[in-house]
Design a binder for this molecule. Structure first.
Ligand code: KG4
Ligand code: ZN
Length: 342
């Protein structure tokens, strides 16, 4: 196969990711995570994440190159997540990428983290249809993105107005006494539960809320409803049916996510929906999205779970697309931007 040989670095949150692609072919995806160091705090601690990136950065680059059989001097370009994300964490990756690019005399591409979550699917399912609709759901974001061209034209149709979808999973898991990060635990518990047991609210889906926030999401009301329900149970001395609460909560989140994503495809005449971000690993989300896309005649693309969570391959994949499409490289003084818009 051919195409540019690109190494991508991702450090926007708690994963130190280094991926290498050749064009749209993934050669290696190496991830070192500090998630265990954050678990006892119940969330990611920025300072801890930055220090962990600094320690893991060079060994992760060396391991990626060794596993792929690639020498640094053979790279055509280096790409790196420039934002959005945790400021200190981003700085470690951006500084490392600059050092590499400067030392090797190769171009550097600073890329957007959300765009990279979309672009990664080229290594799994081939070239992205233009336009593609992207539903990005993770611990940090919940966005509906209209993507005419992932390398330079992405339009945000809506996003969460409070908690991200993954954040809601993590908070409800905590309420139910499940470990951090809670998404996978809710997913597992829900398999033993009844999703119709409790009718939890679907935020921003009716009346004026829907009119004003057609493609926005809201999950904090849902989280509060779950908290109240659990508390009422505890006060009455009855046991909390964890599996039923998990299944009913998950159903509410997944219902709203898929309903608005399919509606966005229909209203914008887009035939392809791509779901990415850590929550895309959710088994109920995958199943309901497939059902609703089939019913609406929309093709669904979901990368495998390891490419949905934060990783370096997604940054390398987007970097390679930019090289291939002839986009301009970044300057070596490129900043990290923790709130970079898509
Ligand atoms: O993309 P990601 O690895 O990091 C961020 O950029 O946030 O996403 C992590 C989030 C966490 O909130 C985690 O609970 C959630 O993705 N998650 C899941 C599942 N696996 C991970 N949520 C629901 N179901 C899952 N199976
Ligand atoms: Zn992410």
């Amino acid at each position: 196969t051919d195409g540019p040989l690109v190494l991508g670095i991702e450090t926007s949150c708690d994963e130190t990711g280094v991926g290498i692609v050749r064009g749209q072919t993934l050669l290696v995806d190496t991830v070192a995570s500090s998630v265990d160091e954050h678990a006892r705090f119940g969330g990611v601690v920025p300072e801890v994440a930055s220090r962990a990136h600094l320690e893991a950065m060079v060994p992760t680059i060396e391991r990626a190159c060794a596993d792929a059989g690639v020498r640094l001097e053979d790279l055509d370009a280096v790409s790196v997540t420039a934002g959005p994300g945790l400021a200190g964490a981003l700085l470690v990756g951006v500084a490392a990428a600059k050092a590499l690019a400067l030392g090797l005399g190769k171009p550097i591409y600073g890329v957007n983290h959300l765009a990279a979550h979309v672009a990664v699917d080229v290594v799994e399912h081939g070239p992205l249809p233009e336009p593609t609709m992207g539903l990005l759901v993770s611990g940090g974001h919940s966005n509906l993105l209209l993507v005419p061209d992932v390398t330079h034209d992405i339009r945000s149709l809506g996003s969460t107005i409070d908690d991200a979808a993954g954040e809601a999973f993590d908070k409800v898991a905590r309420l139910l006494g499940l470990p951090f990060p809670g998404g996978p635990h809710i997913d597992r518990a829900a398999r033993e539960g009844n999703q119709l047991a409790i009718d939890f609210p679907r935020g921003l889906t009716a009346g004026r809320d829907m009119q004003r926030h057609r493609f926005d999401y809201s999950f904090s009301g849902l989280k509060t409803a779950v908290a109240r329900w659990v508390q009422a149970r505890q006060e009455s001395g009855e046991p909390v049916p964890v599996a039923d609460v998990a299944a009913s909560f998950q159903e509410a989140v997944v219902d709203v996510l898929t309903r608005k994503a399919v509606l966005a495809c229909q209203e914008h005449g887009v035939d392809d929906l791509l779901i990415g971000g850590g929550v895309a690993a959710n088994s109920r989300l995958r199943a309901m999205a497939q059902e609703r896309c089939d019913a609406a005649g929309i093709r669904l693309r979901v990368p495998r779970p390891g490419l949905c969570t934060d990783n370096g391959a997604m940054v390398a994949a987007l970097g390679a697309e930019m090289v291939t499409k002839g986009r301009e490289a970044s300057r070596l003084d490129l900043p990290a931007d923790s709130s970079q818009p898509v």
